[in-house]
Design a binder for this molecule. Structure first.
Ligand SMILES: Cc1cc2nc3c(=O)[nH]c(=O)nc-3n(C[C@H](O)[C@H](O)[C@H](O)COP(=O)(O)OP(=O)(O)OC[C@H]3O[C@@H](n4cnc5c(N)ncnc54)[C@H](O)[C@@H]3O)c2cc1C
Length: 382
């Protein structure tokens, strides 16, 4: 870190980057020292949270001095504020965070000659902007900060997957294909996004498809411990995937990436006029294609829908003791989903992609290579 004064915000961001781990450790220690009740709002392990916090801070400090980035930054921070409503933050909490953050930047520079007056002022302004816009975003959202729903059923289509069905007394507002920040009673204060696998309905019914991630906090607990009667909490709903125009739609779904596509397809099935849709749904082997039983009747009764199943392997793994045979009712090809895209002409198509991160990247690139306009290739954040 340079010891000269007049660093400027962008330079301060560069100075802090190599110190991010220590900086955020000390910041949160300072914050919890100032208000011990804040500790209750955060998960037991702060590692991920600290990393995300630093990325946001870095983004704010580097964006403010950049001409033309202000509108985007304000919208980003307002959205972050709306997202943070699920933690139950108060006005006073934001104030405490602002004070702790400003003090931590000063403390970091203290042994390097400190910040001069001008830099101290820009840090203060940046931190006030950050917390002020977040607070404003949170305030301006009239919808409830959290919703809840009760688990009514769990299914285990194969050993790596749990389907969870819930009913909310007050139905959530969302569009088919969206995902929602979710907390489960077994892992308090940790939130994960999960796609809602059915469209909104007045009965408040919801379905989720959860893949077990080895060592994963939430997915393992859902797999092992979720029972009827459990109450799940939901925060903000997000997601831009949709099929609402006249363009033909190609859906690429790997594993539980089927969940948002199923929601969109079920909503379309309730409408009279739909564009042609081709769903390519992939799994590692035929017995791991877990929802063919719902897709087959959907394809049979909706002439606009075509479903192609794609599996990497022709044979099921040895550990799959009771493989599902539902896949036999729909066409099946072997290879990867990206290989399966190689014969498609996607010019003029809306392409929706969901599934593991690597697939989303590869399939989005393949869609553009097959003629789709990159603006028409939609997926959730990865
Ligand atoms: C927009 C969006 C929608 C999502 N929808 C679904 C959905 O419908 N169904 C579903 O099952 N999941 C979905 N996910 C993934 C989900 O949010 C969690 O990331 C996943 O369940 C792992 O959480 P965890 O608490 O079990 O693991 P963590 O405790 O967060 O992670 C444990 C370890 O596993 C690694 N890890 C985390 N996620 C994955 C992964 N996906 N693959 C491989 N390694 C991983 C971590 O790096 C870490 O090392 C979605 C993610 C996003 C961003």
């Amino acid at each position: 870190m340079g010891s000269h004064s007049r660093h400027g915000l962008a330079q301060i961001a560069r100075d802090l980057r190599p110190l991010s781990d220590e900086f955020t450790k000390q910041l949160f220690a300072r914050l919890f020292g100032m208000d011990p009740s804040l500790r209750e709002l955060f998960p037991a392990s702060m590692t991920d949270h600290r990393a995300v916090f630093f990325r946001v801070l870095d983004h704010v400090f580097t964006s403010i001095p950049e001409p033309g980035q202000q509108d985007e930054l304000v919208e980003f921070l307002a959205q972050l504020g709306r997202d943070h409503r699920k933690y139950g933050l108060t006005e006073a909490n934001y104030e405490t965070m602002a004070t702790a953050l400003i003090a931590q930047v000063h403390a970091t520079y203290a042994s390097h000659g400190g910040l001069d007056e001008e830099d101290a002022a820009v840090v203060e302004q940046a931190v006030r902007l950050m917390t002020g816009v977040m607070r404003g975003g949170a305030h301006s959202d009239p919808t409830p900060a959290r919703r809840s729903a009760e688990v009514v059923d769990t299914l285990r289509p194969h050993p790596g997957l749990t389907v969870v069905r819930l009913v909310a007394e007050e139905p959530l507002l969302f569009r088919p294909g969206q995902y929602v920040e979710t907390q489960i009673p077994q892992v308090p204060r940790q939130w994960r996004p999960f796609s809602i696998a059915m469209p909104p309905n007045t009965q408040g019914q919801m379905e989720f498809h959860i893949r077990s991630v080895p060592g994963g906090d939430l997915s393992s607990a859902i797999h092992a411990d979720t029972r009827p009667g459990d109450r799940w909490l939901f925060g903000q709903v997000h997601g831009i995937m949709r099929a609402d125009g006249e363009q033909p739609v190609t859906m690429i779904a790997g594993g539980t990436g089927l969940a948002p596509m199923k929601s969109i397809l079920l909503a379309m099935a309730a409408r009279a006029d739909n564009p042609d849709v081709h769903l390519l749904v992939g799994a590692r082997s035929p017995g791991l294609l877990y929802d063919s039983e719902s897709l087959a009747p959907l394809a049979a009764t909706n002439p606009w829908l075509r479903v192609t199943q794609v599996t990497d392997s022709r044979r099921d793994p040895w550990w799959l003791k009771t493989p599902s045979h539902g896949w036999r009712t729909l066409p099946l090809r072997h290879g990867s989903l990206v290989d399966a895209m190689s014969r498609l002409d996607l010019q003029g198509h809306r392409v929706l992609v969901a599934g593991p991160r690597g697939l989303v990247r590869a399939a989005s690139a393949a869609a553009a290579a097959r003629g789709a306009d990159p603006y028409d290739v939609l997926h959730d954040p990865i």
